[in-house]
Design a protein around this ligand. Structure first.
Ligand SMILES: Cc1cc2nc3c(=O)[nH]c(=O)nc-3n(C[C@H](O)[C@H](O)[C@H](O)COP(=O)(O)OP(=O)(O)OC[C@H]3O[C@@H](n4cnc5c(N)ncnc54)[C@H](O)[C@@H]3O)c2cc1C
Length: 343
């Protein structure tokens, strides 16, 4: 089946563009493609029949610059870094967008029984996936326990009142890391900005998150390929249609390292403070907004196959789970995800 589709696509003289976890399969058209680096990854925006190219490119770069300044753990003066330096009970003034991201994070934290947790920044650093170098020996149980005790969303408080939006904490040393939400937020921000400027037809991707927006009268959705969860080369695992939706994919197959022959994943189980080791290797979520898709994918991946499947069904999410056992991949798709599959 796939070979037929791929052959058709090939005959149509297809432009294949890659991002972190997906490929876009489009017919050649008068499309402007902007690309660049942001948030330690790559972004791309494709807009057909664009006139004011320089203005729009500047606008896109400004948005991404602002998002990075707000969300980065690597920027000393970002909103995240400023909050991390606060003492307990001090109020950090935040904006509406930041409030929205933290609210999303809190929601997924509850739904995943605390496994996705933006307050495990210290543990992310200890395992070498934040601002610190990768460790050369295993962090001790004592270190992990101590840093687990300095985490937990119950220590954060979001405040929204007549005067504005605020974030505060009830212990000094709690730190947040919003790396898993940055890409989704940036994609929605770009989409909002393009729409505000009268552009209603575009594909945006930042890292593993893609959003497709088509004009209402356009019938044909875009075909997006989810890549096989392997790190050596890019190949197609399955194809989906996307039209006014976003897809986000989280995977364990690219961002890892070996420590004394143990594979260390960049995803930390916030209940144990240790990297995940189970066989769920890729989770894709389709949703109306990129932030929602990006919020769910990592949370579900950390949960592991059984719990992720149960939660996806309970929440009626459009989800594709890929597990790997002895180099054999198995794919499960939720009923809602099946509506997007290219057959
Ligand atoms: C604004 C911003 C700026 C960045 N700047 C840099 C940079 O300058 N240099 C650099 O190397 N990287 C940077 N990054 C991070 C880098 O690009 C990350 O690899 C990326 O954000 C993670 O996205 P992902 O799609 O790979 O993985 P996702 O699955 O979306 O997220 C995984 C990341 O979430 C965090 N995480 C792990 N476990 C949990 C958990 N249980 N709960 C919550 N979070 C968890 C970890 O940081 C992990 O890498 C930046 C990220 C953002 C958002």
């Amino acid at each position: 089946m796939y070979s037929k589709i791929i052959l058709n696509i090939f005959i149509c003289s297809i432009l294949i563009l890659n991002n972190f976890h997906h490929q876009y399969l489009d017919k050649k058209e008068n499309v402007t493609i902007f690309t660049g680096k942001t948030m330690g990854t790559y972004w791309q925006v494709k807009i057909p029949n664009l006139k004011n190219k320089i203005y729009i490119k500047t606008l896109i770069e400004k948005c991404l610059y602002e998002d990075e300044k707000m969300l980065s753990s690597w920027e000393k003066n970002s909103l995240v870094s400023k909050f991390n330096k606060l003492k307990k009970n001090q109020l950090q003034i935040i904006n509406k967008n930041f409030y929205h991201i933290i609210s999303s994070a809190m929601k997924i934290n509850k739904k995943t029984n605390g496994k996705l947790d933006i307050t495990i920044s210290r543990l992310i650093n200890i395992w070498g996936f934040g601002i610190k170098k990768k460790p050369t020996s295993f962090p001790s149980s004592k270190t992990i326990k101590k840093n687990l005790s300095l985490s937990g969303t119950q220590h954060l408080k979001l405040i929204k009142n007549f005067f504005g939006f605020y974030l505060t904490k009830d212990i000094d040393d709690i730190e947040i890391n919003l790396s898993t939400f940055g890409e989704g937020f940036a994609v929605d921000h770009l989409s909002y900005t393009l729409k505000k400027n009268g552009i209603n037809n575009y594909t945006i991707s930042v890292g593993g998150t893609v959003l497709v927006k088509l004009k209402k009268y356009e019938e044909k959705p875009k075909i997006i390929a989810i890549q096989k969860p392997i790190d050596q080369k890019k190949s197609i695992h399955l194809l989906i249609y996307l039209k006014n939706n976003a897809i986000s994919t989280a995977g364990t197959y690219r961002n890892y390292y070996y420590l004394k022959k143990h594979r260390i994943s960049h995803l930390i189980n916030a209940n144990t403070g240790r990297p995940i080791t189970h066989n769920l290797v890729s989770v894709s979520v389709i949703s109306l907004t990129a932030l929602e898709a990006d919020s769910w994918d990592t949370g579900l991946l950390i949960l592991g196959f059984k719990k992720a499947k149960k939660l996806a069904l309970k929440e009626e999410l459009a989800v594709c789970l890929i597990t790997k056992e002895k180099n054999v991949f198995s794919t499960w798709t939720s009923p809602k995800f099946q509506n997007f599959l290219v057959h």
